[in-house]
Design a binder for this molecule. Structure first.
Ligand code: HEC
Ligand code: HEC
Length: 209
């Protein structure tokens, strides 16, 4: 199946049928990847490049760059695919992903998923902000997709311990509709939330245990 039709099916997917869509997507990816070869040497070189920005263990030291360790394999594979196709915009990641073959997307995402998950943000959270974030997360049932411990699964990101500034930006991008993702779930989830609400959610998620 050509990439273009995978992407257009992602756009077309609706909230009630997303499970079926995801299963179909996974099958489409598996088919595409099964037929492509992986070059071991250049794959290692490409994986080594990730560390320059995301840190040795997938733990970034730059507030604007996400930790990637412990992210679900499917989530990472989809994001790399979105960056490669220009469906998710980032000058850095669009450049990185441009050169990756389908087989490399699979192999790299398997590697990333095995890196250790980031620990909760160190230090003491702002109590009021943390509580507000926790209450909002409950109201908007974030855990129903991202797991009770926010560890993520399948195409749904790990959120726990993520860099606060990065999470705020991600939530703003969904709210503004510039990041869509695998289905319309995230833009719908953050609709109507204020900047302060998004900041409280990101604070809660950075410190959550
Ligand atoms: C030049 C720096 C740079 C390099 C090299 C780089 N990244 Fe990134 N990466 C970023 C930035 C910046 C972002 C956040 C972009 C955004 O907001 O969409 C990002 C985002 C990501 C995301 C999305 C994470 C999320 O939680 O949504 C993944 C997955 C990722 N990178 C994987 C990789 C992999 C795998 C490699 C190596 C093949 C790599 N990156 C190399 C800078 C880099
Ligand atoms: C119906 C399922 C669903 C619900 C409910 C949901 N999410 Fe998500 N979330 C997803 C999916 C799927 C993705 C990956 C989307 C993509 O590909 O960009 C995602 C991605 C994210 C990301 C991007 C993470 C990253 O590393 O790039 C953040 C942040 C996030 N969700 C936060 C939240 C918060 C906060 C809530 C509650 C207010 C929430 N989500 C509720 C399904 C959901």
């Amino acid at each position: 199946m050509p990439a273009r039709s995978i992407a257009s099916r992602m756009v077309a997917s609706s909230a009630h049928s997303w499970r079926g869509q995801v299963a179909a997507l996974a099958a489409a990816f598996a088919l595409t990847f099964a037929t492509a070869g992986v070059c071991a040497q250049s794959l290692q070189d490409k994986i080594a490049q990730c560390a320059a920005c995301h840190g040795e263990d997938g733990k970034s030291s730059d507030p604007a760059i996400p930790h990637i360790g412990g992210q679900p394999q499917l989530f990472v594979m989809y994001q790399l695919f979105f960056y490669r196709e220009g469906r998710r915009k980032s000058p850095e990641m669009n450049t990185v992903a441009k050169e990756l073959t389908d087989a490399e997307l699979t192999a790299i995402s398997e590697h990333v998923a095995k890196l250790p998950a980031p620990p909760p943000q160190s230090g003491t959270p702002d109590e009021a902000k943390f509580k507000r974030g926790a209450a909002l997360a409950q109201q908007r049932i974030c855990a129903s997709c991202h797991n009770d411990d926010y560890s993520g699964r399948e195409q749904m990101a790990r959120l726990a311990g993520q860099r606060e500034a990065y999470t705020i930006q991600a939530l703003k991008d969904y709210r503004a509709g510039v990041r869509i993702g695998t289905q319309a779930a995230m833009p719908e989830t953050v609709r109507g939330l204020s900047d302060d609400d998004l900041a409280a959610l990101a604070h809660f998620l950075a410190y959550v245990r």
